[in-house]
Ligand binder design. Structure first.
Ligand SMILES: Nc1ncnc2c1ncn2[C@@H]1O[C@H](COP(=O)(O)OP(=O)(O)OP(=O)(O)O)[C@@H](O)[C@H]1O
Ligand SMILES: [Mg+2]
Length: 221
């Protein structure tokens, strides 16, 4: 059984507008790395919102690990919590994600939500900060960081949850060359560890040797 299965989904943001996604089907097996490509406005971020249960298709179905993901299901707190624990989501715009007073708290938020002890949380925060050398920023307000630094903090916060699926929307955008190379290395390691990766990107170099499959969304004429 595929881990992620979209069947003929159609989605529009408003009934007055043509659908952004029309009859889209997609299956992703656990452990696969899928690249999502397509021009600006093709619907990559929209598809990711649906996979994360933030938007719901008007037609068709989305199953995650066999369970149909609907607005009604995600109203049940325990189910929603379990679902969101299994999928880590890096938004295209890190500003949407960062809300804590310090970088440390930002990265600690997820592990605390998972109910880890303060000692375990501290261990995870240290490990994830070390991935990008974020230690000097620990006490800074995420709000005051540079764009690339914000992206790194948002990535570290997602990784601190250690989810089995990572959905990354433009993870490379705004990162310098050295950090981009580090990210590629990290993603390769996560794939080897058996994580399922879905990555939307305009940078095909990121995907070489990493993506098992590439899917391109097209903008409707
Ligand atoms: N919240 C929203 N309300 C209304 N329309 C939206 C909303 N978000 C996106 N859209 C529209 O949906 C379409 C797809 O947008 P989406 O952000 O999914 O594209 P994308 O493939 O991620 O593009 P990019 O490469 O620029 O990130 C666009 O035409 C956009 O204007
Ligand atoms: Mg996008």
């Amino acid at each position: 059984m595929p881990l992620i299965e979209l069947e003929n989904i159609t989605f529009s943001y408003s009934p007055a507008e043509p659908p952004v996604l029309r009859e889209v089907s997609l299956s992703v097996e656990a452990g696969e790395c899928l690249a999502l490509l397509g021009d600006n406005g093709a619907g990559k971020s929209t598809l990711f919102r649906i996979l994360n249960g933030l938007s719901f298709p008007q037609k068709g179905s989305y199953r995650f690990d066999g369970a149909e993901i609907t607005a009604a299901l995600l109203k049940k707190q325990a189910r929603a919590k379990r679902f969101h624990q299994r999928i880590g989501y890096l938004f295209q715009n890190p500003d949407v994600m960062l809300f804590s007073a310090t970088v440390w708290d930002e990265i600690a938020f997820g592990p605390r939500q998972l109910g880890l002890s303060e000692a375990e949380t501290e261990g995870r925060v240290r490990d994830c900060m070390a991935l990008f050398g974020l230690e000097p920023l620990a006490e800074k307000a995420p709000y005051h960081l540079s764009g690339g630094q914000k992206k790194q903090v948002a990535l570290a916060a997602v990784l601190a949850l250690n989810p089995e699926v990572l959905i990354l929307d433009e993870p490379l955008a705004g990162l310098d060359r050295k950090t981009g190379a580090r990210l590629r290395e990290l993603l390769t390691g996560l794939k080897q560890a058996g994580k399922t990766l879905l990555i939307a990107t305009h940078e095909p170099a990121l995907l070489e040797g990493l993506a098992d499959r590439r899917i391109e969304l097209t903008v409707e004429a």
